[in-house]
Design a binder for this molecule. Sequence first.
Ligand code: ATP
Length: 263
Amino acid sequence: MPILELREVSHYYFTKKGYTKALENISFSMEAGQFISLLGPSGCGKSTILSIVGRLLENTSGKVLIHNEPIDKNEAEIGYMLQQDYLFPWKTVLDNVMLGPKIQKRQNKELEDRAKKLLQEVGLGNVLSQYPKELSGGMRQRAALVRTLMNNPEIFLLDEPFSALDFQTKLKLEDLVATILKNYHKTTILVTHDIGEAIAMSDSIIIMHANPGRIAHVYDVPEVLRNETPMIARKHEAFQPLFDKIWQDLEETESKEKIGDST
Ligand SMILES: Nc1ncnc2c1ncn2[C@@H]1O[C@H](COP(=O)(O)OP(=O)(O)OP(=O)(O)O)[C@@H](O)[C@H]1O
């Protein structure tokens, strides 16, 4: 049984001036532990999909099911990792990570040990009592990842979490995040503009077109790449051919849209 399923989901944004059809007939499903990326031009509805799966928006039509139940009837925890880390600057790394349990009044020694273990796993074991401003961007994102993991979400939504980082940090973080999410068997949707990142991290890639946002193609990443960590996958001989194919696909989309605009 899929953990998440979208069936012919459409979404309209209504404004005073009219409406925008942001999504048209989006259908896909995900097995537990699967990692997919949404790739496509600006405005094709990637963030709208994340907002619907994250229960921030209700889709206009179609069905969104978690464990075969309507999303609003299901209590599965959904975790977010965004471009900005949203750590509280006045709290230490450990206190930031323990914030969820504290708010839910579940704070105990066991959870604190779990937080420390996770921080250790992401290489932040020696900065528990430091403040976010004392950390690099990559370290802050690692703390944000642990904070999200503390809530034990079944589904992880990654909205361009690496886009503000320098290239080297981004590659290292992709590796770490992919490995951790795989080890903890999380089901993940990544929104990105980066074809290489999508190939290196995902099991499959959904290419979207805009106006209205819809699924154009789905690429399954070959097993030889899926079995590797992102850093190694990027160097694999199967990487570039898939990159070129997806690049071509997105170029064609863009030129079709430009022709569409001028008519
Ligand atoms: N709150 C809103 N009100 C009205 N229209 C909106 C709203 N949010 C998004 N839209 C429109 O819906 C469409 C899809 O937007 P969305 O932000 O989901 O795309 P995206 O693929 O995530 O874009 P980007 O890559 O630029 O973040 C766009 O045409 C956008 O202008």
